[in-house]
Design a protein around this ligand. Structure first.
Ligand code: BJW
Ligand code: ZN
Length: 254
């Protein structure tokens, strides 16, 4: 266990983590809501987080949607508007640059975020474990379509093929992750010699299990977070700081 002591990682500690990153052959990165915090988007569990204002079971479960689809859609419509207005921040851009500097296949980005900011920053093929704000799925025929309109109207949307209600293609509590996403993510972790974890509380499973798997395999692990998490004691480098500040420095940018 190695942790940076202060509110920001010391230069030598950051440099050592940066050297480990530069020396890694295959890298997997896992991100969470904290990576989009500096773009102005709320996290879930922190101060001002979604779960400080709403109970998850009122908005992010299939039962909530069955009970009140309009209420759930209104929350997503607001989040779509905020995400559309947000810009990728230096953390998203650093991860996109890290990918560009590597051979294809030697870098995999796995995100729990649904906001689409990694793609907008230039990451080519992020594994979106919890789905996307920009895809809607029919609850009847299950057809999925990309819809980036803001505002989305009318609410709640209905399927043009079968007339059933459409829902956000987001993974709610108690739901299975998108087929292929989890095997691909675990495959990337098993192939990686370094895992970079940024901006996640590491509380939600199965995503958090990816961190545990990397630690158990003995991979080099770097966590970037202003707060400690249940994984901070297990990773090799727990870098305390904002992702938008730490990630660019970690990849060697001034
Ligand atoms: C910064 C920063 C800065 C701030 N820079 N950092 C094992 C044990 C216990 C429970 C379970 C278990 N396995 C499964 C469960 C149940 C459940 C679960 O994990 N519950 C836990 C909460 C206990 N999991 C599920 O239900 C999952 N499904 C499942 O397991 O299905 C099984 C199944 C099998 C067969 C048939 C059917 C089912 C699904 C989980 C879906 C999660 N969905 C959500 C909401 C979607 C709604 C939406 O987005 O609209 O996804 S929950 C919410 O949490 C969202 C996030 O992606 C996810 C993770 O949160 P994240 O990203 O870590 O955010 P925060 O807010 O928690 O943390 C932010 C961090 O950033 C903090 O640490 C800050 O310090 C940091 N930060 N500023 C860097 N500038
Ligand atoms: Zn349909």
């Amino acid at each position: 266990m190695t942790q940076s002591p202060g509110p920001e990682p010391g230069a030598a500690f950051l440099a050592a983590a940066g050297e480990a990153l530069a020396a890694a052959r295959r890298i997997v990165a896992l991100t969470g809501a904290g990576v989009s915090a500096e773009s102005g988007l709320a996290t879930f569990r922190g101060p001002g987080g979604h779960w400080r204002q709403h109970r998850p079971e009122d908005l992010a479960t299939p039962q909530a949607f069955a009970r009140d689809p309009l209420l759930v859609w209104e929350w997503y419509a607001e989040r779509r508007a905020l995400a559309a207005a947000a810009q990728p921040n230096p953390a998203h851009l650093a991860l996109a640059r890290l990918e560009q500097a590597r051979h294809p296949g030697d870098f995999t980005l796995v995100t729990q975020n649904v906001d689409g900011l990694h793609r907008r920053a230039g990451s080519t093929n992020p594994i979106e474990l919890h789905g996307s704000l920009w895809i809607v799925r029919c609850t009847g025929c299950r057809r999925e379509r990309r819809d980036e309109s803001v505002p989305l109207a009318p609410l709640p949307p209905r399927c043009s093929a079968c007339g059933a209600l459409e829902r956000p293609a987001i993974v709610w509590f108690g739901e299975r992750l998108p087929e292929e996403a989890l095997p691909r993510a675990f495959g990337a972790v098993d192939a990686a010699d370094l895992m970079l974890v940024a901006g996640t509380s590491g509380l939600v499973y199965p995503a958090a299990g990816l961190i545990e798997r990397a630690v158990a395999r003995g991979a080099m692990t770097i966590e970037v977070n202003p707060e400690s998490t249940p994984h901070s004691g297990a990773v090799r480098f727990a870098l305390r700081g904002a992702a938008g500040m730490v990630l660019p420095r970690l990849i060697g940018e001034p």
